[in-house]
Structure formats: structure tokens, C-alpha cells
Design a protein around this ligand. Structure first.
Ligand SMILES: Nc1ncnc2c1ncn2[C@@H]1O[C@H](COP(=O)(O)OP(=O)(O)OP(=O)(O)O)[C@@H](O)[C@H]1O
Ligand SMILES: [Mg+2]
Length: 265
């Protein structure tokens, strides 16, 4: 089966809907976009633009390509997708309208509350139990198959991992999740927060970047003249990709826009 998947990589690509982004991936010198079916880690510090980028990828896929999308929000009880995109000029159709058309599907991942009986205080930490997580993975798989989901976003995997009780559960949970994403017939982006200081990793556990097919890094640095945003494709299995940092903006009307011709040194 691995061979089949590899072939799919070379033939089929996804239009991200993010200006300048598809130019970062080329085949025989021609910009092609993300390989269809890939599992991509979108990594960045707080405020780097991960939620807007991933929501734009999902929403534009629906409105430009009619590709059904699944948005998995973690710890958000309200309509996080709409909160993220409603101000951009391409966000014309409300998620509810897209849901009614069967083009958008939502899952909310919230850990169950555990109460500490010994204390009089209620312990509001949320822990995922093994069974709940298995149930979540099963449902995810079902939704993707039933609604023929073509784009999937999980925002964020770091928040999700915080719901596991132990480090071991956290690691094994994320491994199971990423391995499942790889088997699904859709292109997935999962976000992860990183710290600006400390050892260089692209995810909270430092292993997601090895498991994902691709890693996109959004940098958000303080220059003397203010905040600067840069994007880097750190890896993309099976495809030639750009290797420079490029500036990007979050435009008030257009959302994320990348400048592939400009480089940052
Ligand atoms: N309408 C807008 N127009 C332009 N820039 C915006 C707009 N809305 C938000 N931003 C910028 O985007 C940033 C937030 O982007 P986003 O929520 O995607 O970041 P994030 O990487 O998901 O952050 P976190 O790790 O905190 O979830 C804001 O700090 C702001 O700089
Ligand atoms: Mg976010």
C-alpha cells in the first residue's frame, strides 16, 4: 500500500487557497501545491497565524474546489472556525450554511472532567481516558469516510496532547492520531505551538515533525522595527520544496498572503 500512496503524491496536488503558498512546492520546476493526502504539521509560536492559515486552507477548499472539509477544534465550544475567518473578504458563507450543504463538518474535542473525591475542591483538569480517545479516532474515521472529507484541520494538536494524563499516553495518543491521518483519504493540517526560546523543536513533544509528511514553520519575530512574519517549508516527503524563509502577511482582507519571490536572510 505504501507504493500506492507514494504514486498518489506525484500525481495529485491540492490548491491551498493561500496566495503564494503553492509556489513553494514544485515538480519539474512547476508550482504544484501540497501533495494530496499528505499530513502536514503547521508549527509556530503564539499569534504566528496557525489558526488563520489552517482555517483558510479548509474554507477555501470548500468554496473554491467544493472539497468537503472537517474542522476539529480542541477546547473550543463555540464556532471557532467562524471566529477565526469571519473578517476576511472571502469568508462570505457562514459555516452553518456550508454545514447545511454538507460541505463542512465539525468535531469538538474536549476532555472529560475528573473530580477529585478526596478534596473538597473540584479538580477541573481534564484528562482523556483511553476509551474516549479510541472513540474519538473511530468517529473521525467514520466522518471522513461518510462525508468524503478531502481536507481536515486539527487546531491544535498541542492542546489535544495536554488532555492526556501522562507523557506516555500523550506520545502514544499523538502517534495513533497521526498514523490514522495518514491512512485517511484526505489532506490534513494539524497545528502545534512552539516556544520561541529553548531547544529547536517544531512541536510540543518534539516527535510530531518526524511523523508528519510535511512540516511548515510560521515564524513571528520581533525586529527592531516591529513584528515580522516568515514562513519556511522544513520538509515535504516525496516532493521538491522551497528552502528559504519568505515573508508573509496576515492581510485584513485577504488573510494569509505569502511572498515567494522575496527571501529573508
Ligand atoms: N482580521 C485580521 N487582519 C489582520 N491580521 C489579523 C486579523 N486577525 C488576526 N490577525 C493577526 O493574526 C494573529 C493571530 O493569528 P492566529 O490566531 O492564526 O495565530 P495562532 O498561531 O493560531 O495563535 P495561537 O497559538 O495563540 O493559537 C493576531 O495576533 C493578529 O496579529
Ligand atoms: Mg490558534
Amino acid at each position: 500500500m505504501a507504493g500506492v500512496r507514494q504514486e498518489k503524491y506525484h500525481d495529485d496536488f491540492v490548491k491551498s487557497g493561500i496566495e503564494g503558498f503553492d509556489d513553494l512546492f514544485t515538480r519539474k520546476g512547476i508550482p504544484v501545491g501540497l501533495p494530496r493526502g499528505s499530513v502536514v504539521l503547521l508549527s509556530g509560536s503564539c499569534g504566528a497565524g496557525k489558526s488563520i492559515f489552517s482555517a483558510q486552507f479548509l474554507y477555501k477548499g470548500i468554496i473554491n474546489c467544493r472539497e468537503p472539509g472537517l474542522y476539529v477544534s480542541v477546547d473550543e465550544t463555540t464556532d471557532n472556525l467562524w471566529k477565526v475567518i469571519y473578517m476576511f473578504n472571502w469568508a462570505k458563507e457562514h459555516p452553518d450554511a456550508l454545514r447545511r450543504k454538507g460541505l463542512l463538518h465539525n468535531m469538538q474535542m474536549i476532555g472529560s472532567r475528573t473530580h477529585s473525591r478526596k478534596d473538597t475542591q473540584v479538580n477541573y483538569e481534564t484528562y482523556l481516558r483511553k476509551l474516549e480517545f479510541a472513540e474519538f479516532l473511530k468517529k473521525l474515521k467514520q466522518i471522513v469516510a461518510t462525508y468524503k472529507i478531502k481536507r481536515l484541520v486539527i487546531d491544535s494538536s498541542s492542546q489535544l496532547s495536554m488532555h492526556f494524563k501522562t507523557e506516555l499516553e500523550r506520545r502514544s495518543g499523538l502517534i495513533r492520531l497521526i498514523n490514522l491521518l495518514k491512512r485517511l483519504d484526505c489532506t490534513s493540517i494539524f497545528t502545534s505551538e512552539i516556544f520561541e526560546r529553548g531547544p529547536i523543536t517544531y512541536s510540543r513533544l518534539g516527535m510530531e515533525e518526524f511523523l508528519a509528511d510535511g512540516v511548515i514553520v510560521l515564524r513571528h519575530t520581533e525586529a527592531r522595527t516591529g513584528l515580522r512574519r516568515h514562513i519556511l517549508v522544513k520538509k515535504m516527503r516525496g516532493l521538491r520544496h522551497d528552502e528559504d524563509f519568505h515573508p508573509f502577511v496576515i492581510d485584513e482582507e485577504e488573510g494569509v498572503r505569502i511572498f515567494p519571490q522575496e527571501k529573508v536572510f
